[in-house]
Design a protein around this ligand. Sequence first.
Ligand code: SF4
Ligand code: SF4
Length: 130
Amino acid sequence: MIQLVLRSLFKRPATTRYPFVKWEMPARFRGQPVVHSENCIGCRLCVRNCPSGAIEITKVGEKEFEATIDLGKCVYCVQCADSCPKKTIELTKDFELAQLDRGKLKVVYHAERKPPGGPDESPPARSPSG
Ligand code: SF4
Ligand code: SF4
């Protein structure tokens, strides 16, 4: 018995020191889905194919869409990312998503206005104050 205790004292621990030491998730790990809304075309294929009804797409302007993902409903199946024709959704390696308030599990990805870039279009002038 004492032999066993002594041996285990000098053995490397079988567990990690999480959360003090972060664990690198494997390459194909499916964590928090992130929507790059600036590339979204509003086709809603992701909404149609999501098995848990976790995604909402809202039109917020001319060719501008905002995505909301409810992490409390998401089952991290990656179907939305596979369905998106514009490859706008990615599942990150972020897994520390716990919240005490369920409302905080709804993440909104705002549409960012694309900067004007056409040959006939010059960027709007900015005032010194921003
Ligand atoms: S599938 Fe992609 S492009 Fe279509 S609404 Fe969803 S995020 Fe936007
Ligand atoms: S990963 Fe699956 S469950 Fe989560 S939002 Fe995408 S399609 Fe829906």
